[in-house]
Design a protein around this ligand. Sequence first.
Ligand code: SF4
Ligand code: SF4
Length: 168
Amino acid sequence: MNITEIKPNPEFEAEIVAAGGEDVKMCFQCGTCTASCPSGRRTSYRVRKLMRMAQLGLKDQIVNSEELWECSTCYTCVERCPRSVPIVDVVIALRNIAVAEGHIYDNHKKTAASFYKTGHTVGINDKIKALRSSMGLPEIPPTVLSNKKAMEDVDKILKATGFNKIVE
Ligand code: SF4
Ligand code: SF4
């Protein structure tokens, strides 16, 4: 895209702020994050570029980008950023915006569905139950899986935050 075609996008800026990514404005494009990023070594993901796209309000390009999902949230960039930009918070804010608009991979949706249904992103099956028994552990771990009240609380939180809409 030609830089002259980019128009201010205050609505997207407000969305980023509301989603917890306000400090993206602090980025001065030094590139330290990209130079430190292990995901960027293996993929086309460039975290400095993502920060700049967010500053420029390029919402459509961001929410449709595969690279948005390449960050492993390892926090290496956050430790090294000279401007103390909470980069991972910004990435998560951008992902939340993307998901709210229906941009979600099937596998992520399946993981979210498992969490909504069981309180765990990775469910328990007969094989895991047998393995636990063989190790002298109860078949069902002492988590929400064996605590009805705790699962009801999780359910309330997920509904109150709108998480259920991702999977329903
Ligand atoms: S290290 Fe910080 S200031 Fe430098 S480009 Fe990355 S986010 Fe911006
Ligand atoms: S947190 Fe994400 S963007 Fe930062 S270095 Fe790790 S993988 Fe790269």
